[in-house]
Design a protein around this ligand. Structure first.
Ligand code: ADP
Length: 267
């Protein structure tokens, strides 16, 4: 609590009592703590690739440049760490834009089936590299949703990319969409490594990873799922995950379908 004590004076200049103002500042304090924890996390996440870039560059300057094979290997690491760094910065900017309340998703008709096919086409080369099959199951009459096509593409890319990254070679990823009268549901299912039960409720937190080393190795930033959650929340939808270690995971999101035409008819 923040306490303000204001003395009251009566006409004879004697103290006539005090007014005490009590204000609950716990919420503000929690926000402040969250903010400084976030800054600490960001600094740590930025420092890790920088330390590695610097280390490999110094080793190259100290003589490793003379051995072409070693030099190439070190330069490849420097290159991939630089990529991860710029991806981290892009995702941080993305997240900060989503978190600023100024951002409102576009509302235009979106063909979810098309977005799914495009996201799969983008990720197909990575799946082929790992000998993974990606399947798409779409009903013929999938309705159009109102939403932000760029943002919804980002959701699909993040979920499908995770499914590809966290599934062993030879595995399978399948994406399906279905709609009821009121909502559309999209499932991204894999038969990969799965998520332990104690981590399930935490994977949507910023920077949370089940296995930091594995995520980093794959160029992960730990921000993908928190971006997904923000975007789906902004579409007044919900995201959920079901998973079993060693069996696989299914990430699903639901978006309400709005029957504007119907409500307009009634007005
Ligand atoms: P990252 O950049 O680490 O992939 P995300 O926010 O996308 O960050 O995901 C957070 C964590 O959730 C990942 O580090 C991983 O541990 C876990 N995860 C996400 N998707 C899957 C999946 N399909 N299978 C297994 N684990 C997953």
């Amino acid at each position: 609590f923040q306490v303000h004590v204001i003395p009251l004076q009566n006409s004879g200049a004697e103290r006539g009592g005090v007014v005490a103002l009590l204000r609950d500042i716990t919420e503000r304090k929690i926000l402040q703590e969250m903010r400084s924890e976030f800054v600490a996390n960001v600094s740590h996440e930025l420092r890790t690739p920088l330390t590695s870039i610097r280390g490999f560059a110094e080793t190259l300057l100290d003589g490793a440049l003379e051995e072409p094979d070693t030099a190439r290997r070190f330069l490849e690491i420097i290159n991939s760490e630089t990529e991860r760094l710029s991806r981290l910065i892009d995702e941080l900017l993305n997240l900060s834009r989503l978190e600023s309340h100024k951002w409102v998703p576009k509302r235009q008709p979106v063909n979810m089936g098309e977005l799914i096919k495009r996201a799969v086409a983008i990720l197909q080369p990575r799946a082929v590299e790992k000998n993974l099959a990606i399947k798409i199951n779409l009903p013929e009459d999938l309705p159009v949703v109102q939403g932000d096509p760029d943002m919804l593409s980002q959701v699909l890319l993040n979920l499908i990319e995770n499914a590809v990254v966290y599934t062993q070679a030879g595995g399978e990823v399948s994406i399906s969409a279905a709609a009821t009268q009121d909502e559309m549901k999209v499932d991204v299912k894999d038969n990969g490594i799965g998520i332990p039960p104690e981590s399930l409720s935490r994977v949507f937190e910023r920077f949370y990873r089940v296995d930091k080393a594995r995520s980093r190795e794959q160029g992960g930033t730990g921000l993908g799922l928190s971006i997904v959650k923000h975007i789906i929340d902004a579409h007044r939808g919900s995201v959920q995950v079901e998973s079993k270690v060693g069996i696989g995971s299914t990430f699903s999101f639901v978006i309400p379908l709005e029957h504007q035409a119907a409500s307009e008819d009634f007005s």
